[in-house]
Design a protein around this ligand. Sequence first.
Ligand code: LMR
Length: 393
Amino acid sequence: MFEPLKQVPPDAILGLIAEHANDPREQKIDLGVGVYRDAAGETPVLEVIKAAEQRLIDTQDSKAYIGSAGDAGFNRRMQALTFAGSAPDDRLATLQAPGGSGSLRVAASLILRARSDATVWVSDPTWANHVPLLGGAGLKLEPYPYYDAERNSLRIDAMLETLRGAPKGDIVLLHACCHNPSGLDPDASEWRAIGDVIVERELVPFIDMAYQGFARDIDADAFAIRDLAARVPEMIVSNSCSKNFGLYRDRVGSLSLLTADAASRDIVRSQANNVVRTIYSVPPDHGAAAVRIVLEDEALEAQWLEELGAMRSRLGAMRSLLHDALADKAPDHDFSHLLRATGMFCFLGVSEDRVERLKRDFGVYMVGSSRINVAGITESNVGYLADSIAAVL
Ligand code: LMR
């Protein structure tokens, strides 16, 4: 039966985890997969999550099924964190999902059920797994211009022009903040202009928010969602708690659906629950329950925001550190775009063969597009990193 199957090459992002782990060089640096690292290069469990997990262990009295939509308290809190009252509750349905990817997959099936002929417009470039995940589920995808690799800036005019040409009812996938892979987001007036086209063309926004709290803060990072929620009849939002709660392997996320009215909200929710039942039946509980405990407790929530703020500050500091080291070691090259990006990622802006040389000759790992995760930078490796980059330029 399995004979026709061919070997699949390692995943462009996840494949780097094993490659880096198997590299015996002491000076190796991992700027690959989007995982936060502290100054010691570790990804510890957040203190607030440890506290919530302890409380969960002490109080949880059953692990019986709780249904396809998951934990109702978690869903309520995630909805508030995302929309903050920008859309009426009776037009919103939120379901717990197994991470951002699980949420995207459920959304894909729902879109196919509702409008199988619609095209989903995705940014060029976008997260390396958006196209395989959504396209693999059966959706028709088209790119819209987003990032100018020559100027390291947004192609906002070209983006708007492409979206203006999209047929009514098509779906536009947007990154709420910390665009993956470029790290460059529209500013408030650019978001307004994108919203204008969405409203004018009657497009459906589909927003992926995997890094809420990593650009500026919880509220500012949800600006696009909240602004659009007040202006459009329908919207899809996928959230991930992988990064902002550090729950990567526990698979915690949510899917929110904004519908035109309360009656359609109930229908859409029933369809989404049915999609879940046919894929994974019910979402995993543990991580979402820990998030609920954090968000339901004022003191724990404050502690979470503090830990999140510390992660955000470190990312900003490491960006500046690399920028300054490169200004020193490679003064003929402009790396100022590093300072304009937010979140974990930006492009280094070097060719794929230079990315390969950085890996082969220096043990510096990044995605082939030259996307770097600045969380992999530390005070002690930045000198070696800048030397390595300067050597291949
Ligand atoms: C990334 O972009 O590196 C992360 O979102 C991890 C992943 O699943 O690709």
